[in-house]
Write a protein that binds this ligand. Structure first.
Ligand SMILES: [Zn+2]
Ligand SMILES: [Zn+2]
Length: 376
């Protein structure tokens, strides 16, 4: 049975930085390449990177305008290219299945094949950074349909995992999973400080508690996010509103004595790196994840030497971490109210408003439903 493919996809398009998105009809590619998929986007949750990129504040990556924002999404398979009938772990795929999928690494370079770090592939094709007037056009999540690149790893979403959460897992939680993998073991006597109480920080609190940390300190704000951090398991809260780095360091030292054994940075805030390094205990480990802005943050390198600090960067993720993220959601679904993180629901016509509300910290995570919010 051949199903007629849609010919156009409604999408919210960024044509100029810091300008409202434009609703456009984008062509659907007539041919689905071997290995590729066409999916109908169920939900795209908004990531901080979408917000920074649309505002023109993402100095570290070059996008080719016009683009379709959005890279944190869940879709249902509409059409399948030849040989695309299984996911990355061998699960059979069929039209109608829900999947998450990754950016596309080339699979044939030293990063992909020797270092086994496809997230560092220099030839990686990223959703939402590519010109949507060129084939395969559907290269972002603020769109009814999206094209899954032939070499993008993809996973069937377990039935127990709600689409909203699965979407949030496909950038935020998989990034957190990768960061914990980079960090390595957390011993039962170790205290972990989490910088940032946005979606990544909140996911990290949940993950740190389940990794067996003795105590988790959440450093963030505003108050409703600190409340959620507490409900997600943070043992101690340190607010960033109305406090300065030195007073926060003193608070954390008062809580820990010698400083946290592990500090994890998910805030993306200017100055967060020097602050986190400053509070880390001697011999501690510092994982830096949120720092994607182009600003500078002076530190004394002797701090790294004299603390004998281990500083670990963690960038993006690969399909293994998407699997870990979905599995984490499946295993914790009964215990954690993930719905509290999805704070607002919008149609494509309100995508600009959703981005603005994220930027103003009025939403923890906003969700875009390209086919409308009715019935959600
Ligand atoms: Zn993201
Ligand atoms: Zn590669």
């Amino acid at each position: 049975v051949s199903v007629a493919l849609p010919t156009e996809s409604r999408a919210a398009v960024l044509t100029a930085y810091a300008e409202p998105l434009e609703l456009r009809e984008i062509p659907v590619p007539r041919e689905i390449e071997p290995g590729a998929l066409l999916v109908e986007v169920e939900v795209t949750t908004i990531c901080g990177t979408d917000v920074h990129l649309c505002a023109g504040k993402l100095e570290t990556v070059n996008a080719e305008l016009p683009i379709i924002p959005g890279h944190e999404f869940v879709g249902r398979i509409v059409a399948m290219g030849a040989g695309a009938d299984r996911d990355a772990i061998g699960t059979p795929l069929a039209v109608g299945d829900r999947i998450v999928w990754e950016h596309e690494a080339c699979g044939a370079c030293p990063a992909c094949s020797v270092q086994l770090a496809p997230e560092l592939c220099p030839n990686r094709r990223y959703y939402m950074f590519m010109d949507c007037t060129k084939p395969p056009y559907l290269v972002g999540g603020f769109s009814q349909y999206c094209y899954v690149f032939p070499k993008s790893g993809r996973l069937r979403v377990p039935d127990e995992v709600d689409s909203d959460w699965a979407a949030a897992s496909s950038c935020a939680l998989r990034t957190v999973m990768h960061a914990f993998e980079r960090l390595g073991r957390i011993a039962p006597w170790e205290t972990v400080a989490i910088q940032g109480t946005g979606p990544l920080g909140l996911f990290a609190i949940l993950a740190a508690k389940r990794s067996g940390a003795r105590s988790v300190i959440a450093i963030g704000g505003p108050q409703e996010r600190l409340d959620l951090a507490r409900d997600y398991g943070a043992d101690e809260l340190v607010g960033v509103e109305g406090t300065d780095p030195e007073s926060r360091r003193e608070q954390v030292l008062a809580l820990t004595g010698t400083g946290p054994d592990v500090v994890m940075e998910f805030s993306g805030a200017p100055g967060a790196f020097s602050e986190g390094l400053g509070m880390l205990r001697r011999g501690g480990r510092y994982v830096v994840v949120g720092q994607v802005g182009g600003f500078e943050d002076p530190v004394r390198p002797s701090l790294i030497t004299t603390k004998q600090a281990t500083v670990i960067g963690s960038w993006s993720a690969s399909i293994a971490h998407y699997w870990q993220a979905l599995e984490f959601l499946r295993l914790t679904a009964a215990d954690v109210d993930y719905g509290r993180m999805i704070s607002g629901r919008f149609g494509l016509e309100d995508a600009t408003l959703a981005l603005q509300r994220m930027s103003d910290l009025l939403e923890i995570k906003a969700a875009i439903y390209p086919s409308g919010v009715t019935g959600r």
